[in-house]
Design a protein around this ligand. Structure first.
Ligand code: CO
Length: 133
């Protein structure tokens, strides 16, 4: 079994401050990490839940994939991050199983992780991110 944890559940939102405030009022959640990932055109806030995170994501520019997703489907669940010990190995295994990679090779993600995204087509409609810490 290559998955070691649900790393994060990513939720696309239009207003990051409003979403953080809502999670704080509803659950007492605090932001553990916040980062702008310029290459992906997103700003994220991570709320820790046990060994996993809720990742609130907002676009930083109109042409970012998250902006397009919100435009197309509105706010809501965007992708799931599966934690793995070896991103390259997990990516290879997924491709062998018929997955369509968005990233052909592992690349840097937020908070110093190594990540690879896999297209929802071929993965039962779910955008998957492999996350190696
Ligand atoms: Co993610």
């Amino acid at each position: 079994m290559l998955l070691t944890e649900i790393d994060h559940v990513a939720i696309a939102v239009r207003d990051l401050e409003a979403a953080i405030d809502y999670y704080h009022r509803a659950f007492g959640a605090e932001v553990e990490h916040r980062e702008v990932v310029e290459s992906d055109g997103v700003e994220e806030a991570l709320l820790k839940v046990a060994e996993s995170y809720v990742q609130l994501l907002t676009p930083t520019r109109d042409d970012s994939p998250v902006a397009k997703a919100i435009e197309k489907r509105g706010e809501g669940l965007h992708h799931i991050g599966y934690r793995v010990a070896d991103c390259g190995k997990a990516l290879e295994s997924m491709i062998a199983a018929g997955a369509q990679p968005i990233d052909k090779a592992p690349r840097p993600g937020s908070r110093g992780t190594t990540v690879a995204f896999i297209h929802p087509k071929g993965s039962f409609g779910t955008l998957i991110e492999l996350v190696q810490e």
